[in-house]
Design a protein around this ligand. Sequence first.
Ligand code: BGC
Length: 776
Amino acid sequence: MSECLNEYKIEDLHTPDLTQDRLEIRNESYTAPGMRELILEAGAESIVLLENDGTLPLDPHEMIAVFGRCQSDWIRMGYGSGGDLYPSVPVSLIDGLENAGIPYDRELAEAYLSWASLPDHKADPGSWLGWNNHFSEMQVPDELLNASAERCSTALIIIGRAAGEGHDCTLEKGSFYLTDEEILLLTKVSAAFRHTVVILNLCNLIDLSPLEMLRGKISALLLAYPGGMESGNSVCDVLFGKTAPSGKLCDSIARSYQAYPSSGSFGDPERVVYSEGIFMGYRYFDRFAPEQVLYPFGYGLSYTEFQIRPETFQYKEETVQVSVTAANTGTFPGKEVLKLFCCPPAQGLEKPVRILAAFAKTGELAPGASETLTLRCPAQYFSSYDEEQHIYLLEPGTWNFELNGIPAGSFTLEKKVLIREASPAMMPDSGLKERILSSLPEEIRPEKTAGEKPVHFSEVIAGTLSLDGFISSLSVPELEALTRGHGMMNSSYGPHGNAGAFGGIIPELNEKGVPPIVVSDGPSGIRLGMHTSQLPSASALACTWNTELTETLYLCLGEELRHWGIDLLLGPGMNLHRDPLCGRNFEYYSEDPLLSGRMGAAAVRGIQRSGKAACIKHLACNNQETGRNTCDGRISERTLRELYLRNFEICIRESATLTVMSSYNKVNGIWSHYNYDLFTTILRNEWNWHGTVLTDWWMQPSVSPEFPALRDNAYRIRSQVDVLMPGDMDHSAEEYAPDSSLTETLGQEGGITLGELQRSARNVLNLILNLKKPAF
Ligand code: BGC
């Protein structure tokens, strides 16, 4: 199936802005109690203060001038499956100023509004294959600008950048680079006003060198990633000092695009060699190019100051534990983020200078107040992977730890410590066939006592029939139906605009009591054809470094899932920010696996505490959108295990995640949705995980190189990618057409086995039991 066809259909189904006629947005809305407040708080905590000469916080009684069309077209979210939400009350910056009763230059704001409402100037999202990263800017007439400078001493300039799924940003003006109009606006406004505050309202990082040149003229600079439906209120809370900024960068910001280690290999639709290996993000900059960093990973200013005092350090049972006191020594109430980095010994395998090992955030501390927190990290999270011996280990030498740049303790190892044994995996491997054959599952045979009595899933729920007893009674067509979705998005089993259903999706399974599992995108809210809450994007949440707040936010989202009748949210997105141009970076957390893993775990715990399921995605390496169905990421096993899989592993370990979604791309020559090593050897056998794996929506046809008789769905089931979503290989299918690829070799020499079908059925039915869904 060509990339083009795939993308074309996804566009049809995914983009309400473009498909209003296909998927009407109904006039129903729901916001769970407390949701607005949580979104407001998380949005405010996500804002990163990059520069401040003392201009911020602003005086709420003094009139300000606001430049940039995104003042009313505020970028609350990116485009695509992770972004198209229709909150009933979206708050722009101008709305936020209104709500807070802040005086602003109305003449200027009205000029923007009437210009932006002209048909030619409307904020146009573009199309699926061509999202607009930037909306045209009004050229402010000099008279208007100067008159405004007469009325106000402070100007805000909003620089906006959108992005979306299926389309990467580009090295062009209006995408990674500022446009000439934006540079002119920055230059003119900063020359005319006493204070100029620039707000970067971005889905993706951009080139900040023009702002560097205006250093001294720009009084304050803030980064506001898409903050969800309360964005405008969140920004005002920070600008006017209701909340001190406490956001910290989730990525390193480099001086130029070329400074990023991925820049030479990003974007090839066919093959991307991860030549930087484990040296990605700050791991690269620390070691090879510290001078190329404009703002480092973890950076962010506040309106107050903190004194950090490490209290105790312990390394016991392969876990580091540090307690630390943070005291607010400034004059403004605020929160501080505590970041514990591990600095490994240099000998042996090449290692990064530092590795984030743990982090925590204080509560709001009044001036003079302090709080003591304990940070923990299993050595597994900072261990190295030795590709020759297939082990995770700590090498001999002194392992130093630092907390916000202050030495926090160390331990010394005389000899290497084995942390965990692994199996060789994910590399071209001649032994894969034998490894698969030697661990084929046994067939589940009917229990002797079962006889001819019809079985019902309610008996499994009640504990009077074993799950295996139930599975042994399922026919091949019933087992087949458990390995795919209902056939298309917007399943009739779920509410309007859902992303599909699986589980009990044929009448025969329903008669046996198996209920359907209804899914919806995710991750930043529930994407339906209704008005639903829009949460801050993943990058924004990562900048809060606040796992407790994130967990509470997603617990509240669980209540909204319950309201809408959705069982499973397709999120959070876990892929790492390998490159600043990736079109889905806003849906993912960070360049760092620990920050990404722990933020993801917080979101999953929140959803799962509410009795619903989360689906972390996209395993593995969906790190660019260009050729996302065709691209083959060539990556060393060590790099995978220390970066691109470690975030998923941390999330699963710390949240007992129920489901995982495979990625569209290939890793080392194999499409993820066929990758036995990824989904069986590592995910299930090494990580001891027992959940359900879904494909990303639709998949690529292919034949197994090891077992030429197996193709498509049989090839997928052998790797334990349990469910093809939304149900059919054919994107244009209106109804599911039975696909023979799964069962055509059943029972034949070299074919798929009944035991394998039953194993995936068990993975799916277990999820229903975990969700405590009543029988159909
Ligand atoms: C995206 C997934 C999404 C799915 C369902 C795919 O195109 O990659 O992240 O969950 O569609 O909408």
